[in-house]
Design a binder for this molecule. Structure first.
Ligand code: GTP
Length: 640
């Protein structure tokens, strides 16, 4: 438990956060205070902190919370905005969380809405959503590490969204910090004037007050109309046991009050606003809020709300010009199954709730002869997948089995019957089993990304070999300074998602950084490879591979299966085939595994117990042509 102490209008409020339960914010008793007053738009600043992983966003957010009186200076409330257990354990930010802070500058009271954003590439859509409510960003760069791949990504995101950038060097307290060098990197890579760069130590609090002043003087207030119809855009949602869906909303125009009748843009039903609050980051209930503010709003258990939707006053007819956030593109898919079918309902419930909070996942029902009824879930990347399963377990106590991740492909089908069957010519394939016969496929497409790598010059050779080996196409490279270079490659997503980042880190002793952005689907010579056991197709093991990888993958998969499938009563032929042609074959010799052999028939009860255990184990196996395959095989064999 973390205890927060906040000072609201001179009254000290004590509030507890349970870090294991996201957003179950303690509902503070309504105080008869002036906080119901709608702030003057000119005194609102909505901003975000963006940076490469570990450059200090959360630490800076803590300092800002201290300076504005939300937490006591020097207390052990590190990383208040990282509320998820997984965030604290992994030291990464997953969800964007908001804090509305009061700050006085030149005797004027300002409302600063700070939106903490995740740093990892997998959570880029959370970043996009949070910046959609901002007018400026603090771009933090570690004064020791310098510009990294993700700094390039967040800078271009801010530019694309016309946000004012406050370039800020962090960790200047470190003995090896070299602010001048990093300033010249910023000039070379982004053409940032060194005179505009601030230097701070988020850890020690140095320069943070000046940074807050820069937020007020450099970032413009939101441009909104207070006297127009109420219109708000939902940037996040979460579920509350008692109050239903609660939303984080940015108000574009007009005002909203408790008790007001509203509607969702996506529906025609009317709802009543039941909950309104500022997040500081704990809830501070308010009666009314106005354009330019970022607030929490809820319409009760049946009131609904989803990310990207708009909440409107009932007389609001104009709904066309809100911020549109690009739809989420799922980069990685995996099958999610209950460890035991009896836990299906519980897991289903947990997935539903988590999907509401983590709107970036896509969930569709799936079933497999080996793993039973489950779901095919789309993720933004592997870390996202990992975090999702960890949250299922930690926050909802739901244990899930995950199949090996794969990327989506696209095909163009031919033949009027097939086009009708697939409801169109172009089809996204998230599971190789969805592929029609090869004769009906006119073209295959695979997803590509533009990968940005910033590496010390001495590793250029190793990084280039890695990228070429992963079927990369080089783009022009740029020097960051005399020691670091920025390389860019067009890479197939399938070659990136599994272990590219880890391999890159290991070949560069951890010095290179990597980020990627979607480059869309492009034609590619792909093929479906099947696995046969004694001539019988095992559906779950079919994969889509690039023709240049066919022989290698065929050998690797058959060898791995030979290792993973226990010997059977009969000899088993493991074959990797494409359209009837065998590309690799392994043989598992016949053998009867007698678990009681070592007991010499001595202790009958022990012998019986072991035989029973063996029988139980067999129940957990999938049987193909009388061959028993352990369930784990289906989960592990496709992993690298
Ligand atoms: N010496 C020093 N260390 C700092 C400073 N700011 C942050 N750190 C440390 O750097 C590490 C990363 O800081 P975080 O605030 O977690 O970084 P982050 O950018 O929020 O990380 P993500 O949420 O994963 O993107 C932590 O160990 C901090 O204590 C600083 O000014 N000086």
């Amino acid at each position: 438990m973390v205890t927060l102490i906040s000072s609201i209008n001179g009254i000290k409020n004590y509030c507890s956060f349970n870090s294991t339960k996201l957003y179950q914010r303690v509902f503070i008793k309504r105080t008869s205070s002036s906080n119901t007053k709608i702030p003057d738009v000119k005194r609102i600043r909505n901003f975000s902190i963006v940076a490469h992983v570990d450059h200090g966003k959360s630490t800076l957010a803590d300092r800002l919370l201290e300076i504005t009186g939300v937490i006591k200076p020097g207390t052990e409330h590190a990383q208040v905005l990282d509320q998820l257990q997984v965030e604290r354990e992994r030291g990464i930010t997953v969800k964007a969380v908001t804090a509305s802070l009061n700050y006085t500058h030149n005797n004027e009271q300002y409302l600063l809405n700070l939106i903490d954003t995740p740093g990892h590439v997998d959570f880029a859509n959370e970043v996009v959503r949070s910046v959609s409510a901002c007018q400026g960003v603090i771009m933090l760069v570690d004064a020791n590490e310098g510009v990294q791949a993700q700094t390039v990504a967040v800078h271009s995101l801010a530019k694309r969204n016309n946000l004012l950038i406050i370039p800020t060097l962090n960790k200047v307290d470190l003995p090896r910090a070299n602010p001048d060098k990093v300033k010249s990197q910023l000039k070379t890579v982004f053409d940032i004037d060194p005179a505009t760069v601030l230097s701070i130590s988020a850890k020690k609090g140095w320069g943070v007050e000046e940074l807050l002043q820069a937020v007020i003087t450099r970032i413009p207030p939101p441009i909104v109309k207070l006297d127009d119809h109420f219109k708000a855009h939902i940037i996040d949602t979460w579920h509350d046991k008692y109050r239903g869906v609660l939303c984080l909303a940015y108000i574009h125009s007009g005002k909203v009050r408790i008790g007001q009748t509203v509607k969702w843009r996506s529906g025609s039903k009317q709802h009543t606003v039941k909950f309104l609050a500022l997040l500081r980051p704990q809830e501070e209930p308010i009666e009314e809020a106005g354009a330019g503010q970022v607030i929490m709003v809820g319409c009760g258990p049946k009131g609904g709300g989803s990310v990207g939707d708009q909440l409107l006053s009932i007389d609001c007819a104009d709904t066309g010009d809100a911020i549109t956030v690009a739809p989420v593109r799922h980069m990685v898919y995996a099958g999610v199954f209950p460890a035991d079918q009896s836990q299906h309902t519980q897991l289903s419930d947990a997935i539903k709730k988590l999907a509401l909070n983590d709107s970036a996942v896509s969930v569709t029902p799936d079933s497999s002869p080996a793993l039973g009824q489950g779901w095919r879930v789309g993720f933004l990347g592997l870390l996202h997948l990992d975090v999702f399963t960890q949250r299922l377990l930690q926050e909802y106590k739901a244990e899930a089995i995950l199949t090996a991740p794969s990327v989506p492909y696209k095909i163009k089908v031919k033949g009027s019957k097939i086009i009708k069957q697939y409801k169109g010519e172009e089809v996204i394939i998230t599971n190789p089993l969805q592929l029609p016969d090869a004769n009906n496929i006119a073209e295959y497409y695979e997803p590509l990304v533009i990968g940005t790598i910033i590496t010390p010059v001495e590793y250029i050779g190793a990084v280039t070999s890695l990228c070429i080996d992963r079927r990369g196409t080089p783009l022009p490279s740029n020097a960051v300074d005399d020691r670091m270079t920025m390389l860019q490659y067009i890479l197939p997503l399938s070659e990136v998602v599994v272990d590219f980042h880890d391999t890159l880190k290991s070949i560069t002793s951890g010095f290179a950084s990597f980020d990627y952005q979607d480059y869309g689907f492009h034609p590619s010579p792909l093929i479906r490879m099947d696995i046969l056991l004694n001539g019988v197709l095992v559906e779950e093991l079919s994969t889509i591979v690039h023709v240049s990888r066919l022989e290698y993958n065929a050998r690797r998969l058959t060898e791995k299966l030979k290792e993973m499938i226990p010997r059977q009563m009969v000899q088993v032929a493991v074959q990797a085939v494409v359209g009837g042609k065998v590309y690799a074959r392994e043989t598992i010799k016949a053998y009867r595994k007698d678990v009681t052999a070592k007991l010499y028939g001595g202790d009958v009860t022990r012998r019986k117990k072991l035989l029973k255990q063996q029988a139980e184990g067999k129940k957990k196996m999938r049987s193909v042509a009388n061959i028993k395959i352990p369930r784990n095989t289906f989960i592990d064999v496709l992993k690298k």
